[in-house]
Design a protein. Structure first.
Ligand SMILES: [Fe+2]
Ligand SMILES: [Fe+2]
Length: 186
């Protein structure tokens, strides 16, 4: 028996996501997922993986202090938020019952989403990883302003519901036979 697909709405309504995605802003997460859907469709990348990775890409943001002060330099240089994000997203996804193959792909896309990161220097990113990084970059504003524009949780969930339906339709029409795919079942 196939299990139901893990949806974007079910991810955002989990207490782990509600707590941590709030830090970088629900709007940025939703907009990145919307861009990721368009890019994935265009490039024939899995829309399910792309939207989930983009939605959760900044789930790793956290406070990072040295001697009681925000330490951006080491936070940025040592990739704290992509590493923490990959771990948190993986925990959330497996808790929700995501296929472990998909949870791995999503977590890795989050790990490599930061274009300025030293970890990316000698890496050849996969199409999914590249796409998630781009979807994030499209929404970027100077001085991190994109994290400060807010939308309500209700609006975020309405937009994700629309996106969930688009992904479900796209998976139904998808003729790739990925071993870890539950297609469009919701
Ligand atoms: Fe980020
Ligand atoms: Fe971001």
């Amino acid at each position: 028996m196939k299990l139901p697909r893990v949806t974007l709405v079910s991810l955002l309504t989990d207490s782990i996501a509600l707590k941590h995605l709030r830090v970088a802003g629900f709007r940025h997460a939703v907009v990145a997922a919307e861009y990721a859907y368009d890019l994935a469709k265009e490039r024939n990348v899995c829309t399910d993986l792309a939207t989930k990775a983009a939605l959760l890409h900044d789930i790793g943001h956290t406070s990072w202090e040295k001697h009681g002060k925000w330490d951006f330099e080491s936070y940025d240089y040592f990739d704290i938020h992509p590493i923490k994000g990959a771990e948190r997203a993986h925990e959330l996804l497996t808790l929700k019952g995501e296929h472990l193959g998909k949870a791995r792909e999503i977590a890795l896309a989050i790990l490599f989403h930061s274009g300025s990161s030293p970890i990316n220097t000698n890496l050849k990113l996969t199409p999914l990883q590249e796409l998630v990084m781009e979807a994030d970059d499209i929404d970027e504003l100077d001085d991190g302003e994109h994290h400060n524009i807010e939308i309500s949780l209700e609006d975020a969930l309405d937009r994700l519901e629309i996106l969930d339906n688009k992904v479900a339709r796209h998976l139904d029409d998808c003729n790739k036979e990925c071993w870890d795919c539950r297609k469009g079942q919701v």
